[in-house]
Design a protein around this ligand. Structure first.
Ligand SMILES: Cc1cc2nc3c(=O)[nH]c(=O)nc-3n(C[C@H](O)[C@H](O)[C@H](O)COP(=O)(O)OP(=O)(O)OC[C@H]3O[C@@H](n4cnc5c(N)ncnc54)[C@H](O)[C@@H]3O)c2cc1C
Length: 550
């Protein structure tokens, strides 16, 4: 399916119209939200900074980009027709295939006509007199909406590191999260990749195959497990279709939003040989299954050490140069507490003669120069630098918008010491503003499509409820928000996650408060909590004021 390019409304014109809802973002979240609200008869406008739909999959076009939740599961479940007419070709779909899927979704449900592309929302202000949000864009639009729904993405604000001299580099610079649409040919080039997180781990093997020489600048080594990606077999597809309803239900009630073989034993309850066998089986199976091998890997450091040691032994077995292998082995944080990477030949790539690992722990980057990168030990001349340096995760896209609630209070100010939400969906003092997969919800710790559908459905039902009961406003109470933040922190601190300097903790952004942002209580229990809140008349929210709906 071809990508549909920008269809922008006339720019620079104040929009005199008002809508029931504005949605910001046209990725998985914004598209489904639009579909639901349209189905309920709400007038809705979507603003999207990019020139097409797809969000993550529109922007992240770097070589090797693909999902690491399996394709069949990393897809919408809301429409049986959509599920039956789309055919995934690989166990883990590539970026072009996922983008085609999202374009297919937008076309199938006729979504493009409500989306204004190439338009960035710059401000959203709550007008207390009118009980409406005033939304402004970089094209001069000003629209009034009763509801403002942020579908801005947890990983959409790309982060370029603050390195001295970065602007002076004479070669080409790329960020994996803003990859040129026409692609990049690295043939014959000396390339530097800065960063070794998920995007780096996916792109490095591909870039290494093209480049004359590749330098990988690594500050913190990452745990990675093999994808064992392959074409989807007819048997797998047939099994999926035959059990679709129960598989989807398993996802929704699971801990992480995807199907896995749950373990019943702790890693230290079994004999070392049995433990090793279990890890080996899951390693051979590929993907995230390894981390679910035992019940206690994410909560007991001793248990975690066994899984970490297993992966380190694999790295030792794959990488021929013992010093390089040693440098690639993570030792400073528990496995799984930084996002586990899923790769295709990542560690083996360091056996290539044209690939060099530069260990920044031994010799940090001092500056980017006109010619390349200078560390405390050497200067590297480069034709291109690829920044695989990730995102200002979970709060970055929201902080980039000047969001002001009651009494003109800025969301950024309210979140100065870390994000505070009720259920990750709403913020006290910001009525009728919703955040899809916001901080305080399972979001990035889950199959995000499952979490997105759950939030979208909850929000759509909530708006329908308000309309049905002639209510204008919904707002989280401060008490409910405080209690939820405490709960999110308590649950987080029962795990090993706070031990890592991860983007879950905001640790990749200088000055960002060190707070564990997502909710680790599990996708299933979280859904149950949200449903209970709604069933009890939106417990913890204030619903108020009669209103006239068009
Ligand atoms: C490389 C990569 C691989 C991933 N793989 C997986 C995976 O395998 N499994 C998984 O569960 N998750 C994965 N994720 C997470 C992924 O972000 C989500 O799965 C999902 O795509 C998020 O959808 P979304 O609609 O919430 O946000 P996004 O897809 O990020 O879309 C948000 C959109 O909002 C737009 N936007 C933001 N701010 C503004 C503004 N101010 N004005 C206008 N538009 C704005 C952005 O341009 C963007 O298009 C991956 C992320 C990355 C970066």
């Amino acid at each position: 399916m071809s990508e549909v390019r920008a269809r922008t409304l006339p720019s620079g014109v104040s929009d005199p119209g008002a809508v029931d809802a504005v949605i910001v973002g046209a990725g998985f979240a914004g598209l489904y939200m639009l579909h639901r609200l349209r189905g309920l008869g709400f007038s809705t406008r979507v603003y999207e900074a990019g020139s097409g739909v797809g969000g993550t999959w529109f922007w992240n076009r770097y070589p090797g980009a693909r999902c690491d939740v399996e394709s069949l599961e990393y897809s919408y479940s809301f429409s049986d027709e959509l599920q039956s007419d789309w055919k995934w070709t690989e166990r883990y779909a590539s970026q072009p295939e996922i983008l085609s899927y999202l374009n297919h979704v937008a076309e199938r449900f006729d979504l493009h006509r409500s989306i204004q592309f190439e338009t960035r929302v710059t401000a959203a202000t709550f007008d207390e007199a009118a009980n409406r949000w005033i939304i402004r864009t970089d094209r001069g639009d000003r629209v009034s909406a009763r509801f403002c729904i942020m579908a801005t993405g947890c990983l959409s604000a790309a982060k370029i590191p603050e390195l001295e001299g970065i602007e002076t580099f004479k070669g080409k610079r790329y960020h994996t999260g803003h990859w040129p649409h026409e692609g990049v040919d690295f043939t014959g080039q000396t390339v530097g990749v800065i960063g070794t997180g998920s995007s780096a781990i996916q792109s490095i093997p591909e870039i290494a195959r093209q480049a004359k020489q590749l330098f990988v600048f690594q500050r913190t080594p990452n745990f990675s497990v093999p994808a064992h990606n392959a074409p989807l077999s007819a048997d797998v597809i047939q099994d999926w279709n035959a059990n679709l309803a129960s598989y989807r239900n398993m996802e929704r009630t699971s801990a992480f939003g995807f199907m896995h073989e749950p373990s019943t034993k702790g890693a230290l309850e079994v004999a070392p040989e049995e433990r090793q066998r279990e890890y080996e089986t899951r390693w051979q199976r590929g993907g995230f299954h390894l981390i679910g091998a035992f019940t206690d890997i994410l909560v007991s450091k001793d248990a975690n050490d066994t899984a970490a040691a297993f992966v380190r032994s694999k790295i030792r077995g794959i990488v021929r140069d013992p010093a390089v292998a040693e440098a690639l082995m993570p030792t400073s944080y528990p496995i799984g507490t930084k996002r586990l990477c899923v790769d295709t030949h990542y560690f083996a790539t360091f056996n290539r003669s044209n690939v060099t690992l530069v260990d920044l722990q031994a010799s940090p980057i001092e500056a980017v120069t006109t010619a390349g990168v200078r560390t405390s030990a050497a200067e590297y001349s480069l034709d291109s630098i690829v920044f695989a340096t990730g995102f200002d995760a979970m709060t970055g896209a929201l902080s980039n918008i000047d969001i002001r609630g009651r009494a003109g209070v800025a969301l950024k100010q309210k979140w100065y010491e870390g994000p505070r939400t009720y259920l990750g969906i709403m913020v006290a003092g910001f009525p009728n503003l919703f955040t899809i997969t916001g901080p305080g919800s399972p979001s990035v710790l889950s199959n995000m499509v499952v979490s997105i559908e759950q939030h979208v459905d909850w929000i759509a039902d909530c708006l329908a409820h308000l309309r049905e009961h002639r209510l204008a406003l919904i707002e989280a109470t401060l008490d409910a928000e405080n209690a939820w933040v405490t709960h999110v922190n308590d649950v987080g601190h029962q795990t090993l996650f706070p031990l890592a300097n991860s983007w879950y903790m905001g640790a990749n952004i200088p000055g960002k408060p060190r707070v564990f942002m997502p909710y680790i209580g599990g996708v299933g229990p979280y859904r149950q909590k949200c449903d209970e809140v709604a069933a009890k008349g939106y417990e913890g929210f204030i619903l108020s004021q009669a209103a006239t709906y068009a």
